[in-house]
Design a protein around this ligand. Structure first.
Ligand SMILES: Cc1cc2nc3c(=O)[nH]c(=O)nc-3n(C[C@H](O)[C@H](O)[C@H](O)COP(=O)(O)OP(=O)(O)OC[C@H]3O[C@@H](n4cnc5c(N)ncnc54)[C@H](O)[C@@H]3O)c2cc1C
Length: 428
């Protein structure tokens, strides 16, 4: 083991939260070392160039800069001269009711359903501290779109089952505004723009964090040696924290352990099917497809079809179904996706996708993430705030998407939580 090396702040993880913290510290000239387990930066912002898709850029994880008007990464991207594509305006939308497209009045009713849904959620939360997300649709069983909104907001967007998911956490973090996509991919943007000039040690997993030491110093063990510092900011996912793969010595206080248990990881799985024929399912290029959900238990798999004119469709499935498909394997995920497409477009999808290449994302199998992002069970809506609270003397801090209330589960939440943790180091 190498002798302990000193710095002011050690950041564990070079995802967006860790990069945010390190940049904020660098701006204040505070020495900081970022330890990253893998051989790349960006974490769940990862643009890959898979051979199955002919080497085209593809987002394995995050795609959009949500709520662009309030997203702190948007001004950074603009200042750096990045081209930000207006995803909402470029994309056309198609909604199906069974195998036919929705009528104009159904589209209008569906559009309004989101406001109706939020209004009921507010009514429920005015009367009770928390409830499951499912309580909203239960109260509006006469609304033909309530279960579709529920399927989107629960399993699809928040990777959580509606019967278990905290309505209060959902309402705190529901996103508005517009979505932007950096041209060439968000992961590539993060790598190009957010890591520059930082002291990042790749392939250096932290294995044990010794905190509460003399003078409040923190030491971090890695296979390459020990590092010690005044502060340590831990930005790994709650999946990694809950797994015990990163040990804390002494153990974390019960309150922190409870907060981690209150932030389980959900799973989102992307399944990409590349067309082998010329049929484009009568859809415009760069089009999103969803369908009406009429009973609970029916799964919604929205599709991005022919994104940027490419020759594939990309389905997204979340929560328990994604975990089940992950257990059953990639062939099961592909068959599930084909079944979803058949239910809208019929047997032509088999001809179209027979022989085309496939790609299935596997965040479940990534040991440095262990899922896609965190969700909050009913009654645990303060878990994010509790995790962001330093356990004792402020020398050990947590940041990351799970720690933010307002932009939870997103790049912006991760980034802001990193800045907040850095500010605590600067102040303390
Ligand atoms: C499929 C998918 C789609 C998404 N879509 C969007 C989207 O469109 N828009 C959006 O805003 N957000 C989206 N997100 C969420 C967003 O990607 C995350 O919220 C954000 O990237 C989390 O950043 P983070 O820094 O908190 O964590 P991470 O990105 O997970 O960073 C943590 C880092 O810690 C490293 N690490 C783990 N253990 C150790 C260790 N022991 N030692 C050292 N390093 C370690 C990891 O390798 C990782 O690099 C999506 C996520 C997924 C998975």
């Amino acid at each position: 083991m190498l002798p302990a090396t000193d710095t002011d702040v050690i950041v564990i993880g070079a995802g967006v939260a860790g990069l945010g913290a390190a940049r904020a510290l660098r701006e204040r000239h505070i020495p900081c070392v970022v330890l990253e387990a893998t051989s790349r930066i960006g974490g769940r912002a990862w643009t890959a160039y898979p051979p199955q898709l002919g080497g085209m850029w593809f987002e394995m994880g995050a795609i959009w800069l949500h709520w662009a008007e309030r997203n702190p990464l948007v001004p950074i991207a603009r200042a750096a001269g990045e081209t930000l594509l207006r995803a909402d305006e470029l994309r056309q939308k198609r909604t199906f009711v069974g195998m036919r497209e929705a009528t104009l009045s159904e589209y209008a009713d569906y559009d309004d359903a989101w406001d109706r849904y939020e209004a009921i959620a507010d009514e429920i939360l005015a009367a009770t501290p928390d409830a499951p997300l499912a309580a909203v649709a239960d109260r509006r069983s006469d609304d033909p779109w309530a279960l579709t909104v529920e399927a989107f907001e629960g399993p699809v967007i928040c990777v959580a089952e509606a019967e278990k998911f905290s309505l209060r956490d959902w309402r705190t973090n529901v996103l508005g505004g517009s979505n932007l996509v950096p041209d060439g991919g968000i992961g590539a943007f993060v790598e190009r723009r957010l890591g520059a000039g930082l002291d990042i040690r790749l392939d250096t997993p932290a294995t044990r964090i010794m905190w509460n030491g003399p003078g409040g110093r923190v030491s971090v063990e890695t296979p390459r040696g020990v590092l010690s510092a005044r502060h340590c900011i831990v930005t790994v996912s709650t999946g990694v924290l809950a797994s015990g793969a990163l040990r804390f010595d002494p153990m974390l206080p019960v309150a922190t352990q409870d907060a981690i248990a209150g932030l389980p990881m959900g799973l989102a799985m992307k399944v990409v099917l590349r067309a082998s024929g010329t049929d484009r399912l009568d859809l415009p290029l760069h089009c999103s497809v969803d369908r009406q959900i009429t009973h609970r238990g029916e799964r919604l798999m929205p599709f991005q079809c022919w994104p940027f004119g490419r020759d594939y469709v990309q389905g997204w499935i979340g929560a328990d179904t994604a975990w089940a498909l992950a257990r059953d394997g990639e062939a099961a995920a592909v068959e599930f996706t084909l079944t979803q497409l058949r239910s809208i477009f019929g047997g032509r999808v088999d001809r179209l996708f027979a022989g085309g290449t496939r790609l299935v994302t596997r965040w479940d199998a990534d040991p440095w993430t262990r899922g896609a992002y965190s969700w909050v069970p009913v009654g645990q809506a303060d878990a994010r705030r509790r995790l962001a609270e330093p356990p004792t003397d402020g020398h050990l801090l947590f940041a990351g998407e799970a720690c933010h209330d307002g932009f939870a589960g997103t790049l912006s939440g991760a980034w802001i939580s990193g800045l907040d943790a850095a500010a605590r180091c600067i102040g303390g």
